[in-house]
Design a protein around this ligand. Structure first.
Ligand SMILES: [Zn+2]
Ligand SMILES: [Zn+2]
Length: 150
């Protein structure tokens, strides 16, 4: 079984097909809790007046995962991105990168390294975007990067 989501309070992993609790308040529906105890913590933090925990079963497979094969960092060597209208600008500050490589190892950095690294950045950002969208958010946040496997 895979990890479906993490408890909004204790961050314990909730597995696909597992039982979880959700808050009865509609604006809290994107949060999930591993137990009624964790939901109670949420309840007291949020100061709900008449909320209760609803037991639910996590989906066996998340939609996103089922139509997208699980893959590791595979970056196409082609310069063209999959969606051809997406910008493929260099996302790395080459001067900072060169300074880092120099300080770390005394080595020089060739100019095409930044483009190559940018591909990795795009792959990681794409993954993180799926996490953010999975939670119904419109803002990409640092925590969307926390459970990306590299
Ligand atoms: Zn919990
Ligand atoms: Zn709530």
């Amino acid at each position: 079984m895979d990890v479906w989501r993490k408890c909004g309070v204790c961050k314990k992993e909730i597995l696909t097909g597992g039982i979880y609790q959700k808050c009865s308040i509609s604006t809290c529906r994107k949060s999930v809790f591993c137990s009624v105890d964790c939901w109670s913590v949420h309840d007291s933090v949020m100061g709900h007046k008449s909320a209760y925990a609803e037991e639910e079963r996590a989906p066996q497979n998340t939609q996103q995962d089922s139509d997208r094969p699980r893959r590791r960092m595979v970056v196409s060597s082609s310069k063209k991105s999959q969606d051809s209208d997406l910008p493929i600008d260099t996302l790395i500050v080459i001067s900072k990168l060169k300074a880092y490589v120099k300080a770390k190892s005394g080595m020089n950095t060739s100019g095409d390294v930044a483009d190559e690294l940018s591909k990795f950045v795009r792959v990681i950002v794409n993954e993180a975007l799926q996490n953010a969208q999975g939670e119904g958010r419109k803002t990409l946040m640092a925590r969307d990067f926390s459970n990306i496997d590299l």
